[in-house]
Ligand binder design. Structure first.
Ligand code: ATP
Ligand code: MG
Length: 424
């Protein structure tokens, strides 16, 4: 029979790795808590039109990366390729935008891309959005929060902040026209991708990976020359707020980002330790999106971080951030299957609120020898041995699996002696 495997570009997170994942997530969530963000959980499936209206018709995501299908009632639905659109939809639907609102989410996202290191078809993002703050204070606080992520995980030295201001839609329209005029004169030096974008989404040519194109762009009109004074002022203010907190910024005039909804501030945290997929986290301001999706005009800023890329970065440069204790405290060896009820009773008491030990109880019949082997393999520090003699005497034998030392403890009344021995 042909074995069925996971779909290309979609991966299991197996138990050897899931402990690492949950530790990263917990660390990130603690940071989000400390900035008073609250969690929101959205569905994975949304109406396709939500993404067309928000991300934009001529973006890579909508043009060629979405998992879109018809439901049985012929609605067009899509697996979410990102979280912002759904979050904004939910906020409008539940009237969450009457006051400044700080939200975060995490979960799987889906994009039909060519799978490679750091690029999957199902991947995970942790993202956050701030609604109702027009001032650059929103960006500043969000970037400080990002910086704290890196600090907590010990990778501060391995990520850099790139920042740009892409202005208002009016500035962008003017710049776009000038850019198209310039590039149209040099069509013969553009590759197929850029030629296509020249028609559909010329700003994306700015982050073309083609070195000839990049050289050509040196002489092209500059976005900055088209920015309104308000945008230039915002850049300066944000720079000042970040500098005061010791956050170093690289200005990248070619950073435009792939989604249509951004205005003014856009940013990316990039790493040189990840190969071609160096962007760990990206975001920006999107003041028009809420209104575009049918809500009241509401300024907004957000970021999304790729958790697989963060994980790869930690694996490459700061493995200690992933490590923790994934092994049980005690492995409970049961002398005979008839003693299982006594074993449960002891194990449950050791797992209770007062004791809180991680106990792995042997559940399948086996000789003492084979159970000791399993205890060793489990990584537990102690083997707890409950045989017929121990049960008769209301005792349990505890063996330190590192030193081999073995002691008998009473299982009557409180387990104080046993608990303090295990705690040592
Ligand atoms: P890239 O330029 O690498 O394709 P992007 O600009 O498309 O990234 P965003 O839409 O801004 O990415 O998503 C935010 C973050 O999500 C990225 O910085 C990255 O860390 C992560 N990410 C995006 N697409 C993928 C993917 N296919 N697989 C894994 N992580 C991804
Ligand atoms: Mg992409």
């Amino acid at each position: 029979m042909k074995i069925i495997k996971a779909v290309r570009g979609m991966h299991d997170i197996t138990p050897e790795k899931s402990g690492y994942w949950s530790r990263i997530e917990k660390a990130l969530e603690k940071v989000l808590d400390s900035y008073a963000y609250r969690e929101i959980r959205m569905p994975i499936v949304e109406s396709t039109s939500l993404f067309h209206r928000s991300i934009g018709e001529v973006t890579d995501i909508v043009e060629k990366e979405m998992y879109t299908f018809s439901s049985r009632s012929d609605e067009s639905l899509s697996l979410r390729p990102e979280g912002t659109a759904g979050c904004v939809r939910a906020c409008i639907e539940h009237s969450l935008l009457n006051v400044p609102q700080k939200l975060w989410y995490k979960g799987p996202m889906f994009r039909y891309e060519r799978p490679q290191k750091g690029r999957q078809r199902q991947f995970h993002q942790l993202g956050a959005e701030v609604f109702g703050v027009a001032d650059v204070a929103a960006e500043a606080e969000m970037l400080m929060l990002n910086q704290r992520f890196w600090h907590v995980l010990g990778v501060e030295k391995h990520v850099r902040l790139q920042l740009n201001n892409i202005g208002t839609s009016e500035s962008r329209a003017n710049f776009k026209a000038a850019l198209v005029k310039f590039l149209s004169k040099h069509k013969d030096s553009l590759d197929a991708d850029s030629l296509r974008r020249l028609e559909s989404n010329p700003l994306r040519i700015l982050d073309s990976k083609n070195s000839d194109t990049q050289k050509l762009l040196d002489d092209a009109p500059k976005l900055k020359d088209f920015l309104a004074d308000t945008s230039l002022l915002r850049m300066e203010q944000l720079d000042g707020l970040l500098a005061a907190e010791g956050i170093t910024v690289e200005y990248n005039p070619r950073l435009v980002r792939g989604l249509d909804y951004y205005n003014d501030t856009v940013f990316e945290w990039v790493s040189d330790d990840l190969g071609a997929q160096g962007a760990v986290c990206g975001g920006g301001r999107y003041d028009g999106l809420v209104e575009q999706l049918g809500g009241k005009p509401t300024p907004a800023v957000g970021f999304a971080m790729g958790l697989e890329r963060l994980y790869l970065l930690l694996e490459a440069v700061e493995f200690s951030a992933l490590k923790g204790n994934d092994t049980p405290d005690g492995y409970l060896i049961v002398g005979d299957i008839s003693l299982q009820a006594n074993a449960f009773s002891l194990a449950e008491r050791l797992r209770s609120e007062t004791a809180r030990f991680v106990i792995q109880q042997n559940l399948v019949p086996g000789s003492l020898k084979s159970q000791f082997k399993k205890a060793d393999k489990s990584g537990a520090r102690y083997a707890l041995i409950l045989g017929e003699d121990e049960v008769a005497e209301k005792k349990v034998a505890v063996k330190n699996l590192q030193t081999g030392e073995q002691t008998l403890f009473s299982t009557e009344k409180s387990l104080d002696d046993l608990i303090s021995a295990l705690r040592e």
